[in-house]
Design a protein around this ligand. Structure first.
Ligand code: SF4
Length: 333
């Protein structure tokens, strides 16, 4: 899904000017783009309010902007009036949530990212084939709840290396496979998988790992920038898994400091003291305008040049849910 590295940045600063390195790819992925457009199109088509279960994507700015346009964000289906239009977020939902929405006769529009749906389908397939599934992911994250909900009796969550100790005993003859959340740190996940193989010699690997192309590409790009910048600013929200992973990856890759901010004004001037090169990236749920605000904000601290450091080109686009596609005849119902 990605092309080989193409770095456009210079690594030294011959002029002594303070500079900015922009990791690329950064920001919106195809799944987020589709989910946000789903709510926008639903508002256009049905008018406000359109209900959205949970944050459509984990970004404050995006959620606030859609709320101003008429979206109502709720925690669960029981807060939505019967027959209302209800969008499921990019993180996906369990069959139990689909059933609860059907019971209340909600007109549902599923904005689940197709790459999350792929993991749901794997859970269903392996559960049907008699596997126990070790799901590597973060406890309480909406994506994990939705994925595990496909086969709750045979899915066992592992949250971090320590989570391995909480797994039940599996018989040697039992079929065992691991799957993962889409937005994890690639390196950390592989560390967990290696450890799992040490503990369970009957553990099988899935046909491919589930960490999505966007998560992987943003981690590769921030690693490259972290080799050249003293400070990495990650634009993203605290509840955004892939954004938080970018901070961790940047620190692991050698950045002295890395911070997660929703907005430019949250940058503490003390972070910039003695720093000549700042790297910037953003999570997969972050619109580019927020990155540009950070670039503009840093100008007042003498950071003038902004160079792209590009490690992959992304061309993936997901089509909208069928009911919202402009050419779809069901739109006229
Ligand atoms: Fe889909 Fe990956 Fe984007 Fe999540 S981060 S919405 S899995 S493309």
């Amino acid at each position: 899904m990605s092309t080989p590295a193409i770095s456009t940045a210079t690594t030294t600063d011959a002029t002594g000017t303070k500079k900015i390195l922009l990791a690329s790819p950064r920001g919106y992925c195809a799944g987020v783009d589709r989910a946000v457009e789903t709510v926008e199109r639903a508002l256009e088509k049905y008018g406000a309010p359109v209900y959205v279960r949970k944050e459509i994507v984990h970004n404050k700015y995006v959620v606030d902007t859609l709320a101003k346009a008429g979206a109502i964000f709720v925690d669960d289906t029981d807060e939505v009036p019967p027959n209302a239009h209800l969008v499921f977020s990019a993180h996906g939902v369990s069959p139990a949530v689909h059933a609860a929405a059907a019971e209340r006769n909600h007109d549902t529009i599923d904005a689940t990212c197709p790459l999350v749906t792929k993991v749901h389908n794997e859970v269903k397939r392996f559960a049907k084939s008699g596997y126990h599934i070790i799901l590597i992911g973060h406890e309480g994250h909406e994506e994990v709840e939705g994925t595990a909900g496909e086969a709750p009796d045979v899915v066992h969550l592992v949250d971090g290396l320590e989570g391995i100790n909480t797994l039940p005993e599996f018989l040697h003859e039992e079929k065992l496979i691991w799957l993962s959340q889409t937005t994890l740190s690639v390196d950390e996940t592989m560390e967990i998988v290696d450890k799992l193989h040490e503990v369970y010699d009957n553990l099988e690997n899935p046909p491919s790992d589930d960490i999505c192309y966007a998560t992987q590409n943003r981690q590769v790009a921030v690693k490259k920038v972290a080799e050249q910048a003293e400070l990495i600013i990650v634009v993203g929200s605290q509840n955004s898994s892939n954004s938080k992973r970018l901070v961790e990856v940047a620190l692991d890759a050698g950045a002295a400091h890395s911070y997660l901010v929703d907005y430019a004004h949250q940058i503490d001037p003390a972070w910039l003291e003695g720093v000549n090169t700042v790297g910037i990236t953003s999570g997969a749920s972050v619109p580019e305008i927020l990155v540009q605000h950070v670039v503009e904000h840093l100008a007042q601290f003498g950071f003038g040049d902004a160079e792209e450091v590009t490690t992959a080109q992304e061309k993936i686009v997901f089509s909208l849910p069928r009911v919202l596609r402009p050419s779809d005849r069901t739109q006229k119902r």
